[in-house]
Design a protein around this ligand. Sequence first.
Ligand SMILES: *Cc1c(COP(=O)(O)O)cnc(C)c1O
Length: 485
Amino acid sequence: MTKNITDYTLDPDDWDSARQLAHRMLDDMFDHLSTVGDRPAWTAPPQEVHDALAEPTPRDGAPLQEVYASFKKNVLPYSTGNQHPAFFGWVMGNGTVTGMLADMLASGMNPHLAGYDQTAPVVERQVIRWFSELLGFPADSSGIFVSGCTMANLNALSVARCAKAGFDVRTEGLSSGPRLTVYGCAETHNWIIKACELMGLGSKAFRAVPCKDDHSIDIDACRALIQSDLEAGLRPFCVLGTVGAVNTGAIDDISGLRRIADEFDLWLHVDGAFGSLAALSPLSQKLVATQSLADSLAFDLHKWGYQPYDIGCVLVRDHDAHKAAFAQSASYISSMQRGPAIDSTYFADRGLQLSRSFRALKAWMLLKETGADKLGALIQQNIDLAQYLALRVDEEPQLERLAAAPLNIVCLRYRAPSMNEAELESLNREILFSIQESGEALPSHTMINGQFAIRAAITNHRTRKSDIDHLISLLLRFGSTLASG
Ligand SMILES: *Cc1c(COP(=O)(O)O)cnc(C)c1O
């Protein structure tokens, strides 16, 4: 019987040739990154690429060389474009060489970040401390790295629910108490809908408060809505603020929300997905300084931290509250007095995931190599470029701005005085498609007060003033051609 036991392994048969191929991959990625601006910002994958990727399930393997060749030919050239200097779409990060290397090192080491007293959790704890300090939270705040801000915000909302529901949601479930509600500006990112649905609160639990003209939350309307919900027997548990809203970069009045939270004994969570990091720039710090008043704060490092996907983080001021939302006891993962299971920061008690990757390594390397000050200078550079874009738009009679641009996002459209709203929308859609398909720049789109907007969000360390000038010239060129066509 035992003589039939095989000797398979996934280590390379030939370490030397695997090493050679790995060096080639690294060289290719350096070529790819150092020439990213020489290629179109975006290229649609042709049908033959779709066909090549629609392969039957591989039953037999192939040499890594062949697999890699397919990646290089069919996958790599067709990214969303977010590495390109003229990419301004959505809110995407661009990645860095060090971030790429950090991901490789993290996977090479492959620690299991549930916790335990190895070095990797110590690094994660340290980076959480650094970011706590940089963003105005107490240095000993609790926190955890997660995949992104959707998950970071969900984590925080779960903590808020445990802390402020007023009944034992974890044991008894939602049906044992009144209906829970959470308040935020109507411009809140749609993570809140996903979170309310997933947490069993129902999407109606999110009470969308009207925005003011600057797209930030109307504090008086928020208070009035909470008051009337209380009278109707609902149980408000949380108010949300956003610093850097996704459509326009709007910044909520966090001090006002703090007062409401204190008045009604609610949790205050701040979604700072990209905006939080403006705190690193001495010139812009004041815009987001009040985020330090929050009970919890979520932010991404794959947006304005420029890191490769994916990495987000949540900070929670109160350690006990954080743990109270997630901690479990199970004999097979309990801490021991000695050995690798010795008691330490147990990250699995701060979130949903048990097995976790060493995401924190790229954050650690980012801060150690770049330093917080240069990171702040890069963020300010993006804000300055966005302000320059807003100015250029304001100066062009053919262009109009559709929203205030307090941070790094500019929403605009091409003007054509003879056109009605529907015609303007279809014109601007065509302008957007034409720019994107030209591969020369990549803005995205949104709706502002019911009007279709071409939107440029600048979280790009490769963008230069000339890229902004080129975007303006593309808008004017395609705009005048399409408006007269
Ligand atoms: C991007 C974004 C999110 C969602 O974050 P992910 O990292 O994409 O999950 C939430 N809120 C705001 C304001 C965002 O910009």
